[in-house]
Design a protein around this ligand. Structure first.
Ligand SMILES: *Cc1c(COP(=O)(O)O)cnc(C)c1O
Length: 482
């Protein structure tokens, strides 16, 4: 956001946009929220929007669109093949990433399906800074394995390190040497690392990763879904990039990679996705899978209206005012919680504010899914829906043993340009109350557990009557408040 100093000295993030369309919200009473949790098996993915006050589940497909995006959607060119709308997006991609070949897909994971099918085979390895749920699922389903090479400090929950998403270069070299370059399907860098709290990588780190990849002749693939946030952090935290424009940083990133793919549910504030490359050879390898799984090459499963919106949204991502809104609101929330002693991931990242369940409720063991329990407890006391990003989001190994995640996080996404500061203050207030009453929170256990991506539809129950006790304490402290 623009550099505006308050005379009062107070520092709050100031919006560089105004609201022109609103949606009414509901806040059902806590008794109804408990019933809703019951129906949803304590899985926030299964809650109904009518029961939710602030939907902080995700930033996917729910970022506010601009007037310019909506206007562009009205003039989209709807044709199966050769749509002018597609050409607009292809041209924008060429302009921003400097990549001539663009394959449209219906969302980010569809790009991952294509990449994994083309490049992974049984025995292949994909070194990466950190995995994302759908990425790992596509790689493993095609017989590949993920190797996580994030710097050690990346997994420390509290830190003041500016780039916790960096890859460990020595580990990358060792990994390629150990497996042999021929067995490396590709190296993947996830910009704005989703599962470890939206933590960025630096441009310098990507340069080093790219250098190693070139030395060994392996492909470098960038998952650019969370690029907007990472661009903001490079611009504001990386000394060497202070003088570069957002556009120049974007181009410098793309120039280091062989393939850039993204979910346009995040990047570009619309709904869709794409795969970009400079190489005709790589394009030809992936092309037919797009027509097989997604749609013809000029829409890839997306509506042309969304394609128009992505083209405008990508251009808007080059505006520092636009990309700073999310990170600055998140920083406000993280700083407030941190000040009040609530364990949160620091430094503030992109995507959202992340509560550290292992420190919030240390008495709940990982076998009882602390992050899932915290998600359930917070919805109960606030109507705020977050997302479990802990062991429930992992899947069991081949022998059926639990794989416990490195971190147990409750992610409270802050979709871009959607919430007001007073809504964030409400969320902070309820989180602080919950923290003061944390001893009342208990664990969860599965009653329905799907094999794949169990976090989407698995159902759990409380291990005791702790939710009822929490409700009673809420009523005692807050009276008849919603
Ligand atoms: C959301 C996301 C994806 C998957 O994108 P979808 O559009 O949800 O399929 C992949 N990678 C990262 C880093 C993401 O955040």
């Amino acid at each position: 956001m623009a550099n505006i100093k308050f005379y009062s000295g107070e520092q709050v993030p100031l919006e560089m946009h105004k609201v022109r369309i609103v949606q009414k919200l509901n806040l059902p009473p806590i008794e109804r929220r408990l019933a809703a949790l019951d129906e949803a098996g304590n899985n926030t993915f299964l809650l109904k929007n009518a029961d939710i006050y602030l939907d902080m589940l995700t930033d996917s497909g729910v970022n506010a669109m601009s007037d310019k995006q909506l206007a562009a959607m009205m003039e989209s060119d709807d044709s199966y093949a050769g749509s002018a709308t597609f050409t607009k997006l292809e041209t924008k991609i060429r302009d921003i990433f400097g990549m001539d070949y663009f394959l449209p897909v219906h969302q980010g994971r569809a790009a991952e399906n294509v990449l994994a099918r083309v490049f992974c085979r049984p025995g292949s390895v994909v070194p990466m800074n950190y995995h994302f749920t759908t990425t790992k699922a596509h790689i493993t389903v095609n017989g590949g394995a993920v190797e996580e090479l994030i710097i050690d400090a990346g997994l420390e929950v509290t830190s003041d390190l500016p780039f916790k998403g960096d890859m460990d270069i020595a580990k990358l070299e060792a990994s390629i040497t150990r497996h042999g370059a021929a067995n490396i399907a590709f190296v993947r860098v996830e910009t704005g690392t989703n599962l470890i709290g939206g933590q960025p990588h630096s441009l310098e780190n990507l340069r080093q990763v790219s250098k190693v990849c070139k030395q060994h002749g392996v492909l470098l693939v960038l998952d650019a879904s969370l690029l907007a946030d990472n661009l903001y952090f490079i611009k504001t935290r990386e000394q060497a990039c202070k003088g570069m424009s957002v556009r120049e940083i974007t181009r410098a990133i793309a120039d280091l990679c062989d393939i850039v793919y993204f979910s346009a549910r995040k990047l570009g504030c619309a709904r869709g996705g794409g795969i970009c490359t400079r190489s005709r050879d790589l394009y030809m390898k992936m092309r037919e899978l797009v027509t097989l799984f997604e749609g013809f090459l000029t829409y890839g499963g997306m509506s042309v209206r969304e394609i128009e919106a992505i083209a405008v949204g990508l251009e808007e991502t080059m505006d520092e005012d636009m990309i700073s809104q999310g990170p600055q609101f998140i920083k406000f929330m993280v700083d407030e919680l941190n000040r009040k002693g609530v364990p949160v991931i620091t430094p503030p990242g992109g995507l959202g504010c992340h509560l550290d369940a292992l420190r919030f409720i240390p008495h709940v063991p990982q076998t009882q899914y602390p992050a899932g329990a915290l998600a359930s407890a917070l919805f109960l006391v606030s109507g705020v829906r977050g997302m479990e990003r802990g062991s429930v989001s992992e899947q069991r190994d081949d022998q059926g043993n639990e794989v416990y995640s490195n971190m147990e996080l409750l992610r409270l996404a802050v979709p871009r340009r959607v919430f007001t500061l007073s809504q964030l203050k409400y969320a902070v207030d309820r989180i602080v109350w919950l923290h003061e009453n944390r001893d009342l929170i208990g664990g969860l256990r599965f009653v329905e557990e799907p094999k794949m991506l169990r976090f989407f539809f698995g159902k759990l129950v409380a291990t005791s009557d702790w939710q009822h006790k929490l409700l009673a304490k809420f009523r005692a402290d807050l009276g008849d408040s919603l």
